[in-house]
Design a protein around this ligand. Sequence first.
Ligand code: GLA
Length: 364
Amino acid sequence: MSAVVASAPGRVNLIGEHTDYNGGLCLPLALPQRTRVTLTPRTDATLQLTSAQEDDSWQGVVEDRPGGWAAYVAGVVHELREDGHDVPGFEAAVDSDVPLGAGLSSSAALECSVATAIAGMLGLDLEDRGVRRRLATACIRAENDYVGAPTGGMDQTVAMLARPGHALLLDFADDSATPVELPLEEAGLVLLVVDTRVSHALTDGSYGDRREESAAAARALGVPSLRNADLGRIEELDDDVLRRRARHVLTENLRVLAAVGALGDRDWDELGRVLDSSHVSMRDDFEISCRELDLAVETAQATGALGARMTGGGFGGSAVALVPSGSVARVEAAVSAAFGDASLATPAYLEATPGAAARLEAGG
Ligand code: GLA
């Protein structure tokens, strides 16, 4: 068998945070930034992994359970074998322009590029949405069970199912994925991503704490998941922390629907307001923001953004701001100046145009 090349995108979430593992709604889009992997099959079970972005390479078999970045690759192989696929060993060379540790799902991009390359190698039909769904599920299991990061399914699902020019409305109650047009350019707007350079790790415990608190709130309300809870009943929760966690999740689901409505109406001011209130909810109720994210959001809001919010798992990573294209330079300069005044490292910026899902680039 010859080499197979596949790529998968990073993602940014427009709105709907910490809702995926609560059976809720979110609205991510694929970034133009992608991770590419070149797989060359071997005749034995050994994986030989190198990455242009990492100093350490790794060689071994899946049962060796590597740590670090290699775990995301080995985890996908492990899970696809669990699904009954006859995945051989291979050499994999990874290269990526998805910023690492920026809350833009570099790990899902890696998992999904590897899963797509393996699918190409095995001759699976990547035009079939069911196949893509199953690959996404294997990648989610790789992250949860093999790597040990207790994330939801948003990142892998959008990486496998995204459509250019669209955000994807994901509903984790019925597993539907509905493309929602995102005509930013036509509206003269830019979705500006501000990477605070505060690196976040989904394995460090804080993310898992929120997941446990959400489950505890659902238990206290007597519902299987917060998606089934009634906003009017959360006052019954005696515990102030659980009440605020539940309020975030339930109001965030409503904000996702409001954002989809605003997009349909091309009501960009309303979309901006919804993004702003999502940030307040994450800052005060879910408590996943940090000083740098708040500063990026507040400065963008004060210098011309229609709305802004932190995005992704939180505790660092990136913010998104909806900015008229003529104001992008001003917003970036103001955010950088504010970070300088606060003796913080200068953020990195990128413009999120909705990109394509994982795909085969060559071979297969
Ligand atoms: C991370 C996780 C996702 C999701 C977001 C928060 O990106 O990987 O599953 O929970 O945080 O919305």
